[in-house]
Design a protein around this ligand. Structure first.
Ligand SMILES: Cc1ncc(COP(=O)(O)O)c(C=O)c1O
Length: 355
């Protein structure tokens, strides 16, 4: 349960189309249809009331590729890139491997919920060395779904200080009602002087990270064109016939499957909340399929936590310190599984706490 991937089957339509595609004898070059991005926008409009008119959409092999290329294009070696830990591990490694400096604007945990420290963000953004912020929205691992007012405040700080916002919205579809995904684009007003891009795709939603391409959305033609030119330089959009098939089938036919999947996640959150033993607290996720568990009351040494989870509870979870030192004493559990698996995990944790 450590990895951010569903342990349930993807939509049947996706599996059927992939099987049918595999049964053909043609695996040669195939041109990505123009309709690929239209299908994405149909999905966004119907699920999130987000209209892509006026925005530019480019295909990218992965979110990691998009982040790496945009860091390279929009910042210089030595510049600071702000992140909000505890946060998805790759952000820091992508920044560091680009010879930029990760600058923490740590989230604050109060009354069981995380919020953005806007005072600290204003200080970090005002430093001219810090040129970019990577926003994780919804947030992996703490499960926050940022509200419109939070995004507006973030836009205002970054616009005032000329900080580019790269909104990683790959978990956009994974929002637990009554929470609603607010695209970064919706928080930007026409007269805001801010540059931004957002990452999207069907990979996390449908468990297709090993198959599908992703997308970059931005309102600036120059940013889209620069990405497209590097993509052309390095052949980043070389197509995989299965990717095209799965992408289209997921966005065209995956709606009902996703509704069921989100019901399963909501149920699993309740099951976990009710069955966790004393000493382990659930930070309730508003989105993603990741449960962020606060183990600090158990009094374990941080390096011992993964060992304790494995040997005493029989569980492989992601230790919280992987996501930054702010995550020390926590663990991340993927709950994108059938409910009996989550029940079993909670029972094993309870038995381990009882010792
Ligand atoms: C927030 C976030 N961004 C990006 C990724 C990885 O995306 P990719 O495999 O397309 O690089 C993940 C994977 O868990 C993630 O949680």
């Amino acid at each position: 349960m450590w990895i951010a991937e569903p342990s349930v089957e993807p939509p049947p339509e996706v599996m059927e189309t992939l099987r049918a595609r595999a049964a053909t004898s043609w695996y040669g070059y195939e041109i990505r249809p123009e309709t690929a991005t239209e299908i994405f926008w149909d999905w966004m409009l119907s699920r999130h009331r987000w209209d892509g008119s006026g925005l530019h959409t480019v295909v990218s092999p992965s979110v990691g590729t998009s982040i790496g290329v945009l860091i390279e294009q929009l910042t210089e070696p030595g510049d600071g890139v702000i992140i909000q830990p505890p946060v998805f591990t790759d952000f820091k490694t992508l920044i560091a491997s680009s010879r930029r400096t990760p600058v923490p604007n740590a989230l604050v945990l109060t009354d069981g919920a995380y919020r953005i420290d806007f005072d600290d963000l204003a200080i970090k953004a005002a430093d001219p060395a810090n040129r970019m912020l990577i926003l994780c929205s919804p947030h992996n691992p703490v499960g926050r779904v940022w509200r419109g007012d939070e995004l507006t405040q973030l836009v205002s700080i970054c616009a005032d200080n000329n900080v580019f916002v790269l909104a990683d919205e790959i978990h956009a579809d994974l929002v637990i009602p009554p929470h609603e995904f607010v695209p970064f684009a919706a928080a930007v007003r026409a007269d805001d002087q801010i540059e931004w891009a957002a990452t999207h795709g069907p990979t996390k939603t449908f468990g297709l990270a090993g198959v599908c391409d992703t997308l970059i959305v931005t309102d600036r033609a120059t940013i889209a064109e620069r990405f497209a030119s590097v993509s052309s330089q390095f052949h980043l959009t070389r197509n995989n016939v299965f990717s095209l098939t799965a992408f289209e089938a997921a966005y065209r036919h995956g709606g009902a499957w996703l509704d069921d999947f989100l019901n399963l996640i909501s149920l699993n959150v309740e099951v976990l909340a009710n069955r966790l033993p004393d000493g382990i607290r659930l930070v309730r996720p508003e989105g993603t399929y990741l449960a962020w568990l606060d183990l600090r009351d158990l009094g374990l040494e941080v390096p011992d936590i993964p060992r304790w989870l494995a040997s005493s509870a029989g569980l492989a979870l992601s230790p919280g310190h992987w996501f930054g030192r702010q995550g020390a004493g926590f663990a991340r559990m993927s709950i994108a599984a059938q409910t009996d698996t989550v029940e079993r995990a909670a029972a094993q944790l309870a038995a381990a706490v009882d010792g």
